[in-house]
Design a protein around this ligand. Structure first.
Ligand SMILES: [Zn+2]
Length: 296
């Protein structure tokens, strides 16, 4: 089943609602970063949160969602854009297995206390960053608090990842609901009731719920119109050409020094785990290109 996201608005114009199924892309992140179950859940929730948030910004803008906690997970970072592309990593992918009393993977314990920050990268403008203290370390609740406290938009965010016994990703997804200025007390009450009755998002996805069916459960009797539907995927911006430029940027002396010690130069991308290897021959060619450029 394909990963995709929908963005909708209720016909009474009181709520904006997004739902996401991301099982394949979180599975890819798990494979790339070789994460253990708690790390898979923590990173997957952040990837989901970044994708949902990126769907609210203007076209061409990107967002960076960063969780900086005191727990063993340390930093978790995801970058997403409006096209439905996301990449991300967790500083400690080998978190110990921990479950809550209810038997769920204990993401809050892995994250600890700390800060959530959201940076919007806009064309031709300085990036803007807003941050809030973590309220629970569960990521979904923290993002809910961010929207309410930092952007003054009352919101509800649910993010989930279910990991199978063989460590693979069984189900992943999320939702985001925001009250628009017109929202009535009646609509808010109905939404609160639906939210309270909703099963965990990962178990709904595991049961085969599509993003549309998740919105049906969340919005109940409220009619809505889907404004956008897009495929989502794990996609990194790194490339061999960019890594080559990165080496060139180190400067001749540093490159020569490295070549005296190593037979090759390896550049590893944090975001996706891809490694680019450059042989001694390739690097020597690069050095002569730098020499030529300097002669002119
Ligand atoms: Zn990469």
């Amino acid at each position: 089943m394909e990963d995709y996201l929908i963005r909708a608005i209720t016909t009474n114009k009181e709520l904006r609602a997004l739902a996401l199924r991301s099982t394949n892309l979180v599975a890819e992140a798990q494979k790339r970063h070789k994460t253990t179950p708690v790390a898979t859940a923590a990173l997957g929730r952040v990837l989901n949160g970044a994708l949902l948030t990126a769907s609210l910004v203007k076209s061409g803008e990107e967002i960076v969602l960063k969780i900086d906690g005191t727990g063993p997970a340390k930093k978790i970072i995801a970058e997403a854009n409006q096209k439905g592309e996301v990449r991300g990593y967790i500083a400690n992918p080998q978190l110990e297995f921990n479950t809550t009393e209810e038997g769920k993977l204990d993401v809050a314990k892995a994250v600890g206390a700390g800060e959530l920050s959201l940076t919007k990268i806009m064309d031709m403008k300085e990036p803007y960053t807003g941050s809030v203290p973590l309220v629970s370390g569960e990521i979904g609740e923290d993002l809910t608090y961010y929207f309410t406290a930092s952007e003054q938009i009352p919101s509800a965010v649910g993010l989930g990842v279910m990991v199978d016994k063989d460590l693979s990703v069984k189900a992943a997804g999320g939702f985001l609901i925001q009250l628009l200025p017109e929202a009535s007390e009646e609509t808010i009450k109905l939404l609160e009731k639906n939210l309270a009755e909703l099963k965990s998002i990962s178990s709904l996805i595991d049961q085969g719920f599509s993003p549309e069916e998740i919105l049906d459960s969340l919005l109940g009797d409220l009619d809505y119109r889907v404004m956008a539907r897009k495929e989502v995927q794990f996609k990194c911006k790194c490339s061999r050409a960019r890594s080559y430029e990165l080496i060139a940027g180190l400067g001749k002396e540093d490159i020569k020094e490295t070549l005296e010690k190593e037979e090759q130069i390896e550049i590893k991308c944090h975001f996706c785990g891809e490694t680019y290897v450059f042989t001694k021959n390739e690097i020597e060619k690069l050095l002569s290109e730098i020499d030529k450029a300097e002669e002119h």
